[in-house]
Write a protein that binds this ligand. Structure first.
Ligand code: ADP
Length: 462
């Protein structure tokens, strides 16, 4: 449960939401409190100012000592008000002024300094907001006007808000978390479906299943589609391997059947020494054919493994060596094998033995598929940052319908198959292609049926 993303997401979501709701609630409560208080303070200030004003006006009109005048004067009270004498004592108490609010020295001290003071006090009769305003007559600071307002209404309003928040916040949190859980479930359901599909693929060992079908084109859907592409690749690679094993077995079965047939016929009765010799010579041809095939299979598997023993070498020297070695074979078939190589060194950083195998395979094919009297040309030159090797012949050529498949394993063009003894294992070009690709190069074919073929190999220069 703790390891599920859904759970962690919901937990995070709920925690953040709790903090947010808490902060908003506190801010709302404090904001309202502030607004109410400033409202009360404003009322108190207006009441106090009004009282101070009336006292001053009346004081100017009356006679007697200043303090007497202040004491005897009437004023208009907009809120419960009392007069505090700075020398001590309370005077002219409004009957509405809460009697249990004591005069505090802080208020008197502030008034003596000529400052107004706001206070909140709690007494038996309730909670009050007090404002003490200094009162000076004829430039003499004699008294202070103190105004009070009950905070009952404000307290009720604040308490109602608090109660509302205490109910609304948990309910909102619960609904939002529930919504989060449902949304999480809906968002993760396709993932669970993909997981179950993959599980089925593993259980059935069937790569033809696809996981992303019927999924929306969202993040999960696209992930599943990518996974399907991977499955498709693996499936086709496995099919290719299966096909390859079947083809390889088939290729090996033919010579083995021939071998078995020859042996059965020969062993059916006693033969002369000469007859045995003839049979053995026949068998040797079949065994040679089989070893060639096995050797090619091995070469192909090594090439597919992609292990390269790279070294820097001059292609020039390698080509000269190969052409010298193969011209004897070309001569036996009355073919001219010529070479045209640029004079500058053609340096390659590659697996020498493997590159040699590619070129040998191409020249070998050219010799094999070119009728007597034809010619074979090998060319090598720089082509940008690459070295290009062309092997062209004036041979039988390859029909256009075969060219797209010519580099496939065991693929043979019909005209080659029908030529007596001309066919090889059908792996030569596949081996060449695999080796060239492993070197980040490419191999192409241009051919005209009955006129000849040109195989071109591009390899990156060192
Ligand atoms: P194989 O061992 O049969 O030669 P390859 O893979 O070397 O196998 O070649 C595949 C097929 O390509 C051959 O069977 C042949 O039909 C055709 N082929 C290859 N090289 C040539 C060429 N130079 N001229 C005509 N056909 C060719």
């Amino acid at each position: 449960m703790l390891h599920s993303i859904r759970f962690r997401l919901t937990a995070w979501f709920a925690s953040i939401l709790t903090v947010a709701i808490l902060l908003i609630s506190i801010a709302m409560y404090l904001g309202l409190q502030q607004a109410l208080m400033s409202n009360v303070d404003q009322t108190l200030r207006m009441a106090a100012e009004r009282s101070v004003q009336t006292v001053r006006q009346n004081a100017l009109k009356s006679t007697g000592s200043t303090i007497e005048r202040v004491r005897t004067l009437t004023y208009i009270a907009l809120a419960p008000t009392r007069l505090l004498l700075l020398e001590g004592g309370v005077d002219r108490i409004d009957p509405l002024f809460p009697a249990d609010i004591h005069v505090d020295s802080q208020a008197l001290a502030a008034a003596a300094r000529g400052e107004s003071l706001y206070e909140s006090v709690t007494v038996e009769t309730g909670r009050y907001r007090l404002m003490t305003a200094p009162l000076s007559v004829n430039g003499q600071r004699l008294a202070a006007i103190q105004v009070a307002q009950s905070l009952d209404t404000e307290m009720v309003t604040l308490r109602s808000l608090r109660d509302l928040l205490l109910i609304a916040a948990p309910v909102t949190l619960a609904f939002a978390t529930l919504g989060g859980i449902v949304l999480g479930q809906r968002a993760f359901a396709p993932m669970e479906r993909v997981r179950r599909n993959v599980e089925t693929i593993i259980a059935d060992n069937d790569l033809s299943h696809r996981v992303g079908r019927q999924l929306a084109n969202d993040e999960v859907g696209r992930l599943a589609q990518t996974f399907d592409q991977l499955l498709e690749r693996i499936e086709s690679a496995m099919n290719r391997e299966r096909q390859f094993s079947a083809d390889a077995s088939h290729e090996l079965r033919s010579p083995l059947t021939a071998l078995k047939g020859e042996l059965s016929v020969t062993l059916a009765r006693t033969r002369t020494a000469e007859e045995y010799r003839q049979v053995l010579e026949g068998l040797e041809v079949i065994v040679d054919e089989m070893s060639l095939l096995v050797e090619d299979l091995l070469a192909l598997s090594r090439a597919s493994a992609g292990i390269l023993h790279k070294e820097e070498f001059d292609l020039h020297a390698l080509l000269e060596q190969l052409i010298e070695r193969m011209s004897a074979l070309a001569q036996t078939r009355q073919l001219t094998l010529a070479m045209k190589i640029s004079n500058e060194p053609l340096l390659l950083l590659a697996d020498r033995m493997k590159v040699q195998r590619v070129i040998t395979n191409l020249i070998d094919n050219a010799i094999r598929y070119t009728p007597h009297g034809g010619s074979i040309n090998v060319q090598a030159y720089h082509d940008g940052a690459q070295v290009c090797i062309n092997v062209s012949d004036t041979g039988i050529g390859i029909a256009a319908e075969h060219t797209p498949h010519i580099f496939e394993r065991f693929y043979r063009a019909d005209n080659a198959r029908t030529r007596d003894g001309a066919g090889g294992s059908g792996l030569g070009l596949a081996i060449a292609d695999t080796i060239v690709r492993a070197h980040d190069g490419r191999i192409t074919l241009h051919s005209t049926l009955g006129r000849g073929s040109t195989f071109s190999v591009w390899l990156p220069e060192s």
